[in-house]
Ligand binder design. Structure first.
Ligand code: ZN
Ligand code: ZN
Length: 311
């Protein structure tokens, strides 16, 4: 008898929330990598997808293997493809061990792969592209873990000057009056792995436009497992969904034992259908493809295949 061919592996989940693409792979305990190409940014590196190589920065949530196992390979591939040194952002508690691990590859490979590690302490920020910065937020998991928020800084006319005519504003400006103020908009938040904790209800997470959240367990009898492993259970997620203002919530890190159709049904039941339109499962290729086809149709494109668009 001829053995079966192995199943196809590695399809990348894809969602487009203009102007941002959220793409990657995320299965609890196996691998998580989530890329936002528009910001040259990856959250976690459990699998070095080809696409992830183009993002210069990896913001690591924590050091579990499914979130950083592919980091040396990612750095090495970037170097091999002449894309420059990768930049790694991590929790202060893992920076030493992580640095030791990465340096140990130099004698092993007989090659000095360049990299940069930056520890980002709670509340501090790091510049990304343009007006965007990355902030870290302490989470609560079985190993030190931080989530991240991409914040856009915009300068805006102060309220008291908004109704003035243009030439008056010009004059004030030339007189050196401070007519603008800096406002901060949380654009994208990422939870990493975490149990329900206060940070998830903090201002930045509350107001983020796009939320990328873990939700590992969906069955009632898995509540205890969620507690022990310090993960979110669907009942936690629904409570948070009632508070988060996000336009779009991307659900990641679903356990492989849970079929996505089943997870979607449970989410709908537990939330009594309240959040159906704004919740998306990253790995639900079928629904996400249909959604993308609708976006193309609206934009006047036809869908041939994922990589082939015609106008
Ligand atoms: Zn994980
Ligand atoms: Zn973990």
């Amino acid at each position: 008898m001829i053995p079966k061919m192995p199943p196809r592996e590695g399809q990348i989940g894809y969602l487009y929330f203009p102007p941002y693409r959220i793409q990657g792979i995320s299965v609890a305990g196996e691998q998580t990598v989530i890329q936002i190409p528009e910001l040259d940014l990856n959250f976690d590196m459990g699998h070095a997808t080809r696409a992830s190589l183009t993002g210069k920065t990896v913001a690591l949530s924590h050091a579990h293997m499914d979130h950083l196992g592919a980091l040396p390979y990612w750095l090495s591939q970037r170097y091999f493809q002449k894309l420059g040194a990768g930049r790694i952002i991590c929790h202060p508690k893992i920076v030493d061990d992580l640095s030791k691990m990465l340096k140990s590859w130099t004698p092993l490979e007989g090659q000095n792969t360049p990299f940069e590690i930056i520890e980002l302490t709670e509340g501090n920020e790091l510049p990304l592209k343009g007006n965007f910065v990355l902030r870290s937020v302490e989470m609560n998991h079985t190993s030190p873990c931080q989530g991240y928020v991409v914040v856009e800084k915009r300068s805006k006319l102060k309220a008291e000057y908004r109704d003035l005519p243009q030439d008056r504003i010009k004059t004030l400006k030339t007189e050196g009056v401070e007519i603008t103020e800096m406002i901060e908009l949380p654009i994208i938040a990422y939870t990493g792995d975490t149990k329900r904790c206060e940070a998830l209800q903090g201002d930045l997470f509350q107001k983020a436009r796009i939320m990328i959240t873990e939700c590992t367990f969906f069955l009632d009898e898995h509540k205890e497992r969620a507690k022990v492993g310090k993960h979110l259970h669907v009942t936690d997620l629904v409570d948070l969904l009632d508070e988060w203002e996000a336009e779009h919530v991307v659900i990641t890190h679903v356990s492989r034992r849970t079929s996505l159709g089943f997870a979607e049904r449970i989410l709908r039941d537990v939330s009594k259908g309240r959040h159906v339109d704004r919740t998306h499962f990253l790995m639900d290729f079928k629904s996400n493809k249909k959604r993308f086809e609708r976006q193309l149709e609206t934009a006047g494109h036809q869908f041939k295949s994922a990589n082939e668009l015609t106008t």
